[in-house]
Design a protein around this ligand. Structure first.
Ligand code: ARG
Length: 474
């Protein structure tokens, strides 16, 4: 980078270097540049500049003709960037100065008027908010798509019995549809958190200028409206300095990734030889370079693993903001890479996870067989005894004794003869076997939020209905 950066530095300084003599140190120039990563903001920077130009025209700071030339120039630049013909200049420090310099090259002196009543401080955070608002919208749509997939699958698997676990031990039988809807609930809360965080993102900083506002009579509500923001920020110092919206998004994203990692972990477990509950399609698995027989769930593992970097980005964003005095500090340039990384990671994980769910084949027999293991219907037996008038604590104790007897004789609960069961309690009658079967067990939990097939079908339909309403909102 040495010799080349020197020329570069001199060119970059031309934008703001009136009071400077000489070029910047090469290492310092390379160190402060952000073009490599903030290019991702190009379209949003242009959108902000168009709104700003129109607001300047409304304030009389630009003639209508000047405004039109600026807007046309910006739209030509947007085209160049889209086509890949835009000549990015590392000399110009960041995306904002690249676009402004190109505007002046394209339309002449009028281009230099665009930065009236604006600082890079309000410009950059405006672009960040526009970028993140778009990201929220597309992640919200992805979350709806993922939940749709899960709800449809839950409907199909409403009567598929599987072991429900606590402490990773068999606890009680549940239906696979119920399990899938638990995932969909987690993702619904993630959706709601994204929607909520979007409301606080959707505020316009423009007009805050460097920190103190502007001497120009710009209508800040107008520029806010032109960018579809809900309102203009109430305090210029707060507007340019706080990145709490980046932190909040990262917190939401980290939690979403924690949810995806839990789901991915279950896919990994279920597809192993120990469980064989599902097979994940070849398209989402990889082989081993040494063991020819291997089929590994690498995609699910990577989703699980990628949650780490988003949690890390949250920690970085928090520490970045901590102890920064008002107002703008260059520290804030560091908000970008971590934000882009979180957005890209969440988007990629949601896309691949949703597609992978279509490639999951369910082994219902293996699930059913496992559901009966570990005396999973013992609670049903205790409930049965309680219904027959045995106080629940006693019923629990008697059932525990019956379980111990079954364990000693290597029998399942439903396999113990009635006569033997009656040795423990004469409240037990022949109808006990209805509640000892895994199907009877899940059918009996037929209430809202319960695991019974009918309850799951109703919950899946309700989920789909909510998704339809939420999709309309986003
Ligand atoms: N690239 C910088 C950023 O991302 C632009 C802001 C520079 N502002 C300044 N006052 N030096 O924050």
């Amino acid at each position: 980078m040495p010799a080349k950066t020197k020329t570069v530095t001199a060119a970059g300084r031309a934008m703001w270097g009136g009071r400077f003599s000489g070029a910047a140190d090469d290492a310092a120039a390379a160190f402060t540049a952000s073009l490599n990563f903030d290019r991702a903001l190009a379209a949003h920077d242009i959108r902000g500049s168009v709104a700003h130009a129109k607001t300047l025209a409304a304030a009389g700071a630009l003639s209508d003709e000047e405004c039109a030339r600026i807007v046309d120039g910006l739209s030509a630049i947007a085209g160049e960037i889209r086509d890949g013909t835009f000549a990015w200049s590392p000399a110009l420090e960041d995306v904002h100065m690249n676009i402004e310099a190109r505007l002046t090259a394209l339309i002449g002196e009028t281009g230099k008027k665009l930065h009236t009543a604006r600082s890079r401080n309000d410009q950059v955070v405006t672009a960040m908010r526009l970028y993140l608002r778009d990201a929220c919208d597309s992640i919200a749509a992805q979350l709806c798509a993922a939940r749709r997939r899960l709800a449809a699958m839950a409907g199909r698997e409403a009567a598929t019995v599987m072991p429900g676990l606590t402490h990773t031990q068999n606890a009680q039988p549940v239906t696979f549809g119920h399990h899938l809807l638990a995932w969909a609930e987690m993702l619904e809360r993630d959706f709601l958190r994204i929607a909520d965080c979007r409301r606080r993102i959707n505020v316009s900083p423009l007009g805050a200028a460097a920190l103190a506002g502007t001497t120009w009579p710009v209508d800040r509500e107008l520029s806010a409206r032109l960018m579809n923001f809900d309102s203009a920020a109430r305090n210029s110092m707060d507007a340019v300095s706080d990145r709490d919206f980046v932190i909040e998004f990262n917190a939401t994203a980290a939690l979403l990734m924690v949810h995806l990692s839990r789901m991915a972990e279950e896919l990994v477990l279920w597809s192993s030889e120990r469980w064989r509950f599902i097979t994940v399609g070849d398209a989402f698995c990889t082989g081993s370079s040494i063991m020819p027989q291997k089929k590994n769930p690498d995609v699910a593992e990577l989703v699980r693993g990628k949650s780490a970097r988003v949690a890390g980005n949250l920690a970085a964003a928090l520490v970045l903001m901590k102890a920064q005095p008002l107002a703008y500090n260059r520290d804030n340039q560091e908000d970008k890479e971590l934000l882009f990384d979180s957005v890209n990671t969440v988007a990629a994980c949601l896309e691949v996870f949703t597609a992978m769910m279509d490639a999951v084949a369910v082994n219902r027999d293996a699930m059913r067989a496992a559901a009966a293991e570990g005396f999973a219907t013992a609670t049903d037996l205790a409930d049965y005894l309680a219904r027959k008038g045995v106080p629940f604590r006693d019923a629990h104790h008697v059932t525990g004794k019956i379980v111990a007897r079954c364990a000693a004789e290597n029998l399942g609960l439903a396999e113990l003869p009635l006569a033997v069961m009656r040795e423990f309690s004469d409240a037990i009658e022949s109808d006990v076997f209805d509640c000892l079967s895994v199907d009877g067990s899940v059918r009996a939990r037929n209430h809202s939020g319960g695991t019974a097939p009918d309850a799951v079908r109703a919950a899946a339909a309700a989920m789909e209905k909510r998704i339809a309403a939420q999709e309309k909102e986003c």
